[in-house]
Design a protein around this ligand. Structure first.
Ligand SMILES: *Cc1c(COP(=O)(O)O)cnc(C)c1O
Length: 404
């Protein structure tokens, strides 16, 4: 279980609805990851939390960035990180996007098809490419399968084509699926990587770059029925350490190993201060009666991932108050704007009243960037970055990005 005490202090210090991001917590999470995976370089997957203060904090700590296009590359560069620590990790890119990334100085490109590779050769001549291998996504809440990655056979074709077109066939990447809950998925991915590295070697291609992708879990998330997900993080790290050791053995030379976590670094260090809009009790179509708790934030302003998980809720000052099980939902006129309710409702105070504070924990990942412009008129949630560990450090505040 994550330690929420310092975040609670920050949540209690204000009144309005906002996302609070704890930069000290994110730093500590980064340090812990580097400690678990010595020799593995971290490239933060920006889409999980593209907030300038968070990116600058991670860059100052030594992280680089996995960027999905020229806009993210430009945002990453604004942190002052050297461009060598940024790669273009999206296999989906137009000619113009490739040329722009190349102009910005990026030299490492993910790919998974001959068409994309030909475009990289044309618009980023001389670049290094790494081929993304498909995974099943099994065991993950969001599988990221099918849309990305290629078979080992295609990977070899693509790496050979890279060599033939003047690019450097540098390496391989995978993504085991987001919020991956099993260590077996990591084992399978590492086994595949080792096999393809060996096979590439037999084709005269020595790969010096392996990118283990994202997928490391948030620890505080709840499943669709409200149970803690409890991912076996220690086991995952053991599997990854042993797998990396094996990759170094089969690679036949120096090997750069990267990992690009998104949610793992930020999810448990962000929380939303929201309010109760209304608690209602109504007869449902099946004849039964149910409580519904409508919050001031939901799928379109902070809680985008409510399709696959539930967020921990706290009602400050209400510990020990009588509760009722309720379906939890956001404030908009969209029925998707509700927690997946595969199981019993969440326990909420029976006399929750409009305006009461609600704290939503473990929502630092995939919250700001998935906010709509103002669906139903509900504005993007503002955010604050705080330094919970350093009492004197001032908080910086900003509005969620809304104008380009
Ligand atoms: C989204 C993404 C990540 C981060 O995924 P998490 O599950 O948040 O760790 C990493 N790499 C790539 C290429 C991605 O698209």
């Amino acid at each position: 279980m994550p330690e929420y005490a310092r975040l609670r202090t920050a949540l209690a210090a204000g009144e309005d609805d906002r996302l609070i991001l704890d930069l000290d917590g994110i730093e500590a999470q980064y340090d812990a990851l580097v400690g678990e995976l010595p020799g593995v370089a971290v490239r933060f997957a920006m889409k999980a939390c593209p907030v300038d203060e968070v990116l600058a904090t991670l860059a100052a700590r030594g992280a680089g960035f996995d960027a999905a296009g020229p806009q993210e590359i430009a945002q990453a560069l604004r942190t002052g990180v050297p461009v060598e620590r940024i790669h273009y990790g999206n296999t989906i890119k137009s000619d113009r996007q490739i040329a722009e990334a190349h102009r910005l100085g990026v030299r490492d490109f993910a790919t998974d098809s001959l068409a994309d590779l030909a475009a990289i050769a044309a618009h980023a001549p001389g670049a290094r490419v790494f081929c993304r291998l498909a995974t099943t996504g099994e065991g993950a809440l969001w599988g990221l399968s099918r849309k990305f990655g290629c078979s080992p056979e295609d990977a070899l074709r693509i790496l050979e084509a890279a060599r033939a077109s003047g690019l450097t066939p540098a390496g391989l990447s995978v993504h085991v699926g987001s919020q991956q809950l099993t260590s077996e998925a990591w084992q399978n991915a590492l086994d595949t990587l080792a096999t393809v590295i060996e096979e590439a070697g037999r084709h005269g291609i020595r790969l010096d770059h392996v990118n283990l992708g994202g997928g490391l879990p948030a620890l505080g998330a709840l499943d669709r029925s409200g149970r803690p997900l409890d991912p076996p993080l220690d086991k995952m790290f053991t599997v990854i350490r042993e797998g990396v050791q094996r990759l170094r053995e089969v690679s036949g030379g120096p090997l750069d190993v990267l990992i690009e976590p998104g949610r793992h670094l930020v999810a448990d260090h962000g929380a939303i201060r929201a309010h109760v809009t209304r608690l209602t009790e109504r007869q449902q179509l099946d004849g039964g009666r149910a409580y519904w708790l409508y919050l001031s934030c939901g799928k379109f302003n902070g809680l985008y991932e409510m399709d696959e998980l539930r967020y921990r809720l706290e009602f400050p000052g209400r510990a020990g108050a009588p509760t009722v099980p309720a379906v939890v939902a956001g404030p908009t006129c969209d029925s998707d704007d509700a927690f997946a309710d595969d199981g019993p409702g969440m326990q909420v105070p029976r006399d929750a009243a409009s305006g009461d504070q609600v704290w939503v924990l473990s929502c630092g990942a995939y919250s700001t960037a998935y906010t709509t412009q103002g669906f139903n008129g509900f504005p993007p949630l503002p955010y604050s970055c705080v330094r919970t560990g350093a009492a004197d450090a001032p908080a910086t505040t900003g509005a969620a990005p809304k104008e380009s």
